[in-house]
Design a binder for this molecule. Structure first.
Ligand code: NDP
Length: 246
């Protein structure tokens, strides 16, 4: 496979780290953002100890300026972004009648606006070079909704609309745009859920277990080779069979 420049937002997190690892092991140059420099550098060192060289740059993807600064810095260091994985995300769970405007906005800005903020500075270059891969990490809860997650489900469902519109606009430019929708994965985000609720979640998963970050990285990797060039506007569910609709 040809070596490409890949930017994975939220690459220091549970799923992001696995995506970075998989892309690097496939021969791509990989980059991600940090918000806290000390934590970012410590994570970079850990990856280095594994033999994986990751370019890191400061960037809050919830803001257009933060995202543009991130893209500029990554492109300055390793070249134009050819693969973009919009993976950064947060939850601020509560039932809607108790939800503050801040909880709503934080989740929409981080999970959905970030897709605009980071994709906008890379799309013109991809179109000019006639090759690109853009992958959104959405969620099962954007497909089926979730009690206590009106903000998160709205953002994650919005990513699907974003994906299929961008897929149409950019198909003629050799750019594919797809979504991966993970089910429940055993990262910090899910381990922060109280144990009794987590047990109830696992009971609803036909495979009888949480997914692993590597299983999501595998789904992301599927969309990248040239052979996947005819697959665009797709949503790949990776959820242990918990939800089998679109
Ligand atoms: P983590 O909490 O482990 O990682 C999230 C990453 O996003 C961190 O690197 C975090 O950086 C980064 N991030 C958060 N906010 C911002 C921001 N404003 N700007 C830049 N970076 C930011 O989460 P996961 O690895 O579990 O989740 C990754 C993605 O997968 C998310 O989009 C999530 O919604 C989605 N997902 C996860 C599931 C799961 O079960 N875990 C299920 C379905 C979807 P920092 O360290 O600075 O906070």
């Amino acid at each position: 496979m040809q070596s490409r420049v890949a930017l994975v937002t939220g690459g220091t997190g549970g799923i992001g780290t696995s995506i970075i690892r998989r892309l690097a092991q496939s021969g791509h140059k990989v980059a991600t953002n940090y918000r806290d420099e000390a934590r970012g550098r410590a994570w970079q060192e850990k990856m280095k100890a594994e033999g994986i060289d990751v370019t890191i740059a400061q960037g809050d993807v919830a803001s257009p300026e933060g995202a543009r600064g991130l893209v500029d810095e990554v492109e300055r260091q390793i070249g134009p972004v050819e693969i973009l994985v919009n993976n950064a995300g947060i939850t601020r769970d509560t039932t809607f009648h108790k939800m503050s405007a801040e909880q709503w906005n934080e989740v929409i800005c981080t999970n959905l606006n970030s897709c605009f903020n980071v994709t906008r500075p890379v799309i013109e270059g991809m179109r000019a070079r006639k090759w690109g891969r853009i992958i959104q990490i959405s969620s099962i809860n954007g497909q089926k909704g979730q009690y206590g997650q009106a903000n998160y489900a709205a953002a994650k469902a919005g990513m699907h609309g974003f994906t299929i519109s961008l897929a149409q606009e950019n198909a003629k430019f050799g750019i594919t745009v797809n979504t991966v929708s993970p089910g429940y994965i055993g990262t910090d985000m899910v381990m922060a859920v109280p144990e009794e609720i987590r047990e109830k979640i696992v009971a609803q998963i036909p495979t009888g277990r949480l997914g692993t970050p590597d299983e999501i990285a595998y789904a992301v990797g599927f969309f990248i080779p040239d052979e996947a060039g005819w697959i665009t506007g797709a949503n790949l569910s990776a959820n242990g069979g918990q939800y089998m609709g679109w």
